[in-house]
Design a protein around this ligand. Structure first.
Ligand code: TYD
Length: 135
């Protein structure tokens, strides 16, 4: 399986009508895990890089519900970049995949769905340590 197949871009159905748009997110339905935690990142800008970690336990789906940002995704061998620029798209990031989020527009609201409750100990924050484990 290629890295892009492991980290698919998800296209959500738009249930909008003349009153506006509506996107539904349901754990274990259009998100491939049970959602235990939701957080969102805003008021980042084009000068910051966030993320810069891999997680031993957590799976994530990232969605820019407003504005846009980019996610660089790597497994230490290959990498690809996803531009999150529509509320109806997201990207799935499984365990032990390294991600950097950057190029946030000033109106970016990056919604993150996670499969776990927060536990700082499951984060790998040093890229060399990460490479030692995955290569
Ligand atoms: P951090 O992991 O640096 O955020 P990002 O991945 O977006 O770059 O988290 C910033 C701070 O927030 C850090 O002190 C840990 C804390 N935090 C929680 O307490 N719970 C959470 O669910 C998350 C994602 C972070």
């Amino acid at each position: 399986m290629t890295l892009q197949e492991k980290c698919p871009v998800l296209q959500f159905k738009d249930l909008g009508d003349e009153r506006g748009k509506l996107v539904v997110i349901e754990g274990n339905k259009n998100i491939p895990f049970e959602i235990k935690r939701v957080f969102y990142i805003y008021e980042s800008d084009s000068t910051v890089v966030r993320g810069q970690h891999a997680n031993r336990e957590s799976e994530f789906v990232l969605i820019n519900v407003a504005g846009q940002s980019k996610v660089r995704i790597t497994d230490g061998k290959s990498e690809f970049i996803v531009e999150l620029n529509k509320p109806m798209m997201g990207v799935y990031i499984p365990k032990m995949i390294w991600k950097d989020m950057y190029d946030f527009s000033s109106d970016s609201v990056l919604l993150v769905l996670a499969s776990t409750h927060y536990d700082g100990k499951e984060y790998i924050r040093n890229y060399d340590d990460y490479l030692k484990e995955v290569l």
